[in-house]
Design a protein around this ligand. Structure first.
Ligand code: TLP
Length: 349
């Protein structure tokens, strides 16, 4: 039985072209700056997002946390949305590595705007260190892949510049945001001082993220990467897959978005499930199973037996994510399996 793995877009396997490129990659010691394939990937990434420079890091988490560490100093406050990855899912590293305090802002759909940010903004004083950074997540994972409207980003950018506070963007899935809006990566990236994006989320590469920014910022970021143990030596084998991902995978994103929409629209018709398809803008669908009477473990366990994998991320809240390793047939089967799972307990009640 083919498994439809919808737990995350991190589960994709490298394509044949990536494996070939990895096999043939020209490599050197990247800590000496001598890996030609890593150097090429970093140049290509910087070019794509319209920034001066980029540094290849093992994970999105490291990219984000290096950005926090370089932009801030201990005691600084980081304004971010309350469910953002940088504060909720990065092992407390904001505090552990950078000594920063999260000013986590509640929102209804994960998207911050200046009216939500400005009351939390604090210049340094005798009593507190003040705001060191604004961090925006685009797309916003735990808000269901929501995309920042360009005018919101531009207004945050303009106000933050005036307030002299840097903006970092956790663009783990910024390719998805660009595809949803029909804008270039550079247009989005221009609204932030630094941007992290992931090659291993929805782009199919096995490992790696890029942190991008101006030349001086990236020089500092390289030192911080080394301090965190992220100097990877002959990382060209990984960068080679990343270059293929940048070249070939963005073309697969529209299909992943259409499949997510299809899933949301189909699941909205299943009794016991609550989901608003209008809120699905990219490749992430969250739905509520409270109406089924099943626990997350019962629900995902039943799906797993039928070859469909989903994640329970909060009580009653299930996440499915589409990507290039699942097609429409897999999604149709997932809907059938979910509908059967929801119908099951009603028969026994
Ligand atoms: N997200 C993962 C899990 O950590 C939840 C997933 O399956 O979605 N920023 C955002 C917005 C992310 O969604 C993630 C990973 C990261 C950063 C961290 O990237 P990695 O896992 O490479 O450290």
């Amino acid at each position: 039985m083919r498994t439809a793995d919808l737990r995350s877009d991190t589960v994709t396997r490298p394509t044949e072209a990536m494996r070939q490129a990895m096999y043939q990659a020209d490599v050197g010691d990247d800590v000496f700056g001598e890996d030609p394939t890593v150097n090429l990937l970093e140049r290509r990434a910087a070019e794509l997002v319209g920034k001066e420079a980029a540094v290849f890091v093992p994970s999105g988490t490291m990219g984000n946390q290096i950005a926090v560490a370089v932009h801030t100093s201990p005691g600084h406050e980081v304004i971010c949305e309350e469910h953002s990855h940088v504060v909720m899912y990065e092992m407390g590293t904001l505090a552990r590595f950078s000594g920063c305090l999260a000013r986590a802002v509640p929102t209804s759909h994960g998207i911050l705007d200046w009216p939500a940010i400005s009351p939390r903004l604090r210049p340094a004083s005798n009593h507190f260190r003040g705001t060191g950074l604004i961090s925006l997540e685009n797309t916003h994972n735990f808000a269901g892949g929501r995309v920042y409207p360009m005018e919101t980003l531009r207004s945050i950018r303009a106000e933050a510049l005036a307030a002299e506070v840097p903006v970092h963007m956790d663009g783990a899935r910024v390719f998805h945001a660009a595809a949803a809006l029909g804008v270039s990566l550079a247009e989005i990236a221009a609204t932030a001082d630094s941007l992290t994006f992931c090659l291993s989320k929805g782009l199919g590469a096995p490992v790696g993220s890029l942190l991008t920014g101006d030349r001086h910022f990236i020089e500092e970021a390289r030192l911080m990467r080394k301090a965190l143990g992220g100097g990877m030596r002959q990382a060209g084998v990984l960068a080679a897959a990343g270059l293929v991902a940048l070249e070939q995978s963005p073309a697969n994103i529209p299909a992943a978005h259409a499949n997510a929409k299809f899933l949301a629209e189909s699941l909205a018709k299943v009794p016991g499930i609550s989901v608003d398809p209008a809120e699905v803008e990219t490749n992430i669908v969250f739905f509520d199973i409270s109406g089924t009477g099943l626990t997350n473990a019962e629900f995902t366990g039943s799906l797993r037996e039928a070859g469909v994998l989903a994640l329970g991320l909060a009580p009653g809240r299930i996440r499915i994510v589409t990507h290039q390793d699942v097609d429409r047939d897999d999604c149709e089967r997932a809907v059938e399996v979910i509908a059967a799972t929801c119908a099951g307990p009603a028969i026994h009640r």
